[in-house]
Design a protein around this ligand. Structure first.
Ligand code: NAD
Ligand code: ZN
Length: 346
């Protein structure tokens, strides 16, 4: 699998970004960070950049809102950006989704460059052109599809990322390996996760994600396999959030992958031995989440709010075997509750 021209992996992000911007001859450059990436990442490249305006937004998912967009659009207007300007977003998936959305809607859409600074954004969120913000309690409820002019990925930025965030992003890489390539999964799971080369893993992950999204850009079919682990994972994430004990996305996805693998095993898709390897590995890396037994049904019900469900049926992407996934598989409510209880009992 190869990367397209607009996705570049580099160890010299500053000079490469400068070369790209110079080659395009943009009329003005607007750099967006959040408060953490302003501190940790902007300082690594600011001196290499052509003259630009820098604006920072508050960090964290709670700020992925219309109010923040309004601040960004105001700053873009004050900076007199025109249709030949470019927005460079230096940050994780939150500023990437929001900043890309602001650029994609400003004056009916101007160019933007994503420079992802978290493992999650490098391996997943910065690839595929999904942009947007949260609305009321709905995640990514308002948004558009638009591809960045460039996604510039460098593991240089990961050095300041807290370990918990690194591990959370790693869950998406594990998911990509599990649904695409048994050999990749075996290599990856045979080493302690902290010793992996992020540059190599991100390259593989981004190339795999691109191969899927370029075939099905608007998620009509194949792209749904990327939701593996996420139907139950999102429900678990929402439950912990509403219980006032938020967990990181990747921790919930890891638990979701185990529960969904249990369902695959029950349906005779996944072998008992593959299930055991997968479960043991994910528990070792990500630990185990716990909730009271009676809450398993509440979490199952939360799966119904998932965007991928039509009517009353729960349709999800499932592992067919290690290295292969299927999508739109109808799963019964009871089967999800059973999987959640099996997980609890591990
Ligand atoms: N568009 C897509 O296809 C897609 C896919 C998956 C997830 N997402 C979105 O991505 C978001 C989650 O992404 P995320 O985990 O990157 O969240 P994030 O951007 O909120 O980053 C997590 C935390 O790490 C900090 N941080 C970022 N880079 C850092 C660095 N190099 N050093 C130190 N701290 C740093 C941030 O300030 C933040 O506090 C969610 O909003 C999710 O909806 C989008
Ligand atoms: Zn995810």
């Amino acid at each position: 699998m190869t990367l397209p021209d607009h996705i570049l992996i580099t160890i010299t992000p500053g000079p490469d970004l400068r070369a790209f911007l110079d080659s395009r001859g943009y009329s003005s450059i607007f750099v967006l960070t959040d408060e953490n990436t302003a501190h940790h990442c902007y300082s690594l490249i600011r001196h290499e950049l052509p003259p630009h305006v820098h604006v920072s937004i508050p960090a964290g998912e709670i700020h992925k809102t219309m109010e923040t967009c309004m601040q960004v659009w105001k700053a873009m207007t004050d900076a007199r950006l025109d249709r030949r300007s470019v927005v460079v977003v230096l940050g994780g998936g939150m500023p990437g989704d929001l900043g890309g959305f602001c650029a994609a809607t400003f004056k009916r859409g101007i160019d933007f460059v994503l420079v992802p600074t978290t493992l999650l954004a490098q391996a997943d969120a910065s690839i595929g052109g999904k942009l947007g913000i949260d609305f009321e309690s709905y995640k990514n409820h308002i948004g558009v599809f638009r591809q960045p002019a460039l996604t510039l990925i460098s593991s240089v930025f990961l050095q300041t990322l807290p370990e918990a965030e690194l591990r959370s992003g790693f869950a998406e890489i594990v998911k990509h390996a599990l649904i695409s390539d048994r050999e990749w999964w075996e290599e990856l799971s045979s080493r302690p996760w902290k010793t992996l080369s992020w540059q190599d893993e991100v390259k593989r992950s981004a190339a795999f994600k691109w191969s899927i999204v370029s075939e099905d850009p608007h998620e009509e079919g194949l792209r749904k396999i990327l939701n593996a682990g996420h139907t139950i994972g999102h429900a678990i994430e929402s439950w912990f959030l509403s219980a006032g004990k938020p967990v990181l996305h990747g921790e919930a996805v890891a638990a979701g992958l185990i529960c969904e693998a249990f369902i695959s095993k029950e349906l005779n898709l996944l072998t008992e031995s593959d299930f055991k390897l997968l479960k043991d590995y994910l528990l070792t890396v990500f630990g185990k989440l716990s909730w009271p037994e009676e809450e398993s049904d509440t979490i199952s019900r939360l799966c119904y709010q998932d965007k991928k469900n039509q009517g009353k049926k729960i349709r999800m992407a499932l592992l067919h075997s290690v290295g292969r996934a299927v999508w739109d598989y109808s799963v019964e409510f009871e089967s999800i509750s059973r999987a959640l209880n099996e997980y609890r009992a591990l």
